[in-house]
Design a protein around this ligand. Structure first.
Ligand code: FAD
Length: 304
């Protein structure tokens, strides 16, 4: 058994960090910030082998928690749950859960599955309807993340986190509206938030300030996508509506692939440091199931 797993077991025996909030509070009391990694379920055996290899490397960095996406990019529920089951044996694991294609009954079953797997936290999300079935949410039983928060609160004692959007959710009329939705989720039982990818500290600070004005006191952990593959990250930024600073965009577009990696990673490490200095309670790194870039960012800001 690796040192990390032994340490984790000892920590669990001590009763430390049984939830994201507890991890955030423990770190804050030591004047530190949390480190966490997001993974997605693999599509095939080859991708699964790569995921577990990179996961093993990342787990050695002793993240406070990890999270596993659900239903994103057409991935299956079963694979997502299998990944959660395995990670939850090693580390505090947040299982994502979405409304797309779900009923109250199927969501209850998934919540029960998480509880049985030893998962103590979920990220309650709406998810995005597939392009070929845009009406799936409108006709479904679960329509917004708030429905899931309410359901999870009523049927379980799981800790509930939600999504937040430094660049405003693409369907939302304003940041203020998003902040009011955050407040509604808090009132329904959510206790922490994690953000969509974004590229400027100012965007994060605007979100934190709007959330506070709306009465949301939930800690908001920034989600950071390391720019190791510029073309891929720019595509994801476009899909999520994140604004890429013009100067960075021009530099990336005019650079060779290897230079773009240096420029992108340099920017990512600086953004991570700036966020932590600006008061972010932790950093949630979107790994895309790779360890190298995630570790570079974590080490570059002193979290690993
Ligand atoms: P909601 O809170 O339902 O919001 C959707 C829209 O409806 C927003 O415009 C909001 O303002 C509005 N709205 C919501 N409730 C109300 C209300 N009561 N009154 C008025 N307006 C309202 N997707 C996946 O498919 N799988 C994943 O695993 C996944 N993981 C993610 C992890 C993170 C950290 C983030 C930030 C996003 C993730 N997503 C994932 C994407 C997410 O599902 C989409 O961004 C989705 O479009 C919005 O999700 P939400 O939970 O914020 O939805």
């Amino acid at each position: 058994m690796s040192d990390y797993r032994l340490l984790r077991q000892a920590n669990q025996a001590d009763g430390t960090a049984a939830s994201v909030i507890e991890a955030l509070q423990t770190r804050a009391s030591l004047n530190q910030q949390t480190l966490s990694f997001e993974f997605f379920p693999p599509k095939d055996d080859e991708a699964a082998a790569a995921l577990w290899k990179h996961y093993e490397t990342l787990i050695e960095a002793e993240p406070d928690f990890v999270s596993v996406t659900y239903g994103a990019g057409g991935s299956s529920r079963e694979t997502s749950l299998a990944v959660v089951d395995r990670m939850a044996k090693d580390v505090l694991t947040v299982g994502h859960l979405t409304c797309v294609g779900a009923t109250a009954e199927s969501s209850r079953e998934t919540i029960k599955h998480f509880e049985q797997a030893g998962v103590s936290s979920i990220l309650a999300l709406r998810g995005d309807p597939p392009l070929n079935d845009p009406q799936v949410l409108a006709v479904g039983e679960m329509k917004t993340a708030l429905d899931l928060v309410q359901l999870a609160k009523s049927v379980s004692s799981l800790e509930i986190g939600v999504a937040a959007f430094p660049e405003v959710h693409p369907e939302s009329p304003s940041m203020q509206h998003d902040a009011e939705v955050l407040r509604l989720k808090q009132d329904a039982g959510a206790t922490f938030a994690m953000t969509q990818l974004f590229f400027s500290v100012e965007a994060y600070l605007r979100l934190v300030s709007a959330a506070e004005s709306a009465g949301s006191v939930m800690p908001i952990v920034p989600g950071l996508m390391p720019i190791s593959n510029a073309a891929k990250v720019l595509r994801m930024a476009q899909m999520s509506g994140a604004d890429v600073p013009r100067e960075l965009l021009e530099k990336l577009e005019n650079a060779s692939e290897s230079d773009a990696r240096v420029i992108g990673m340099d920017y990512s490490v600086r953004l991570a440091n700036d966020l932590l200095q600006a008061g972010a309670p932790g950093l949630h790194i979107f790994t895309l199931n790779y360890s190298k870039a995630a570790l570079e960012v974590a080490r570059g800001c002193g979290l690993a």
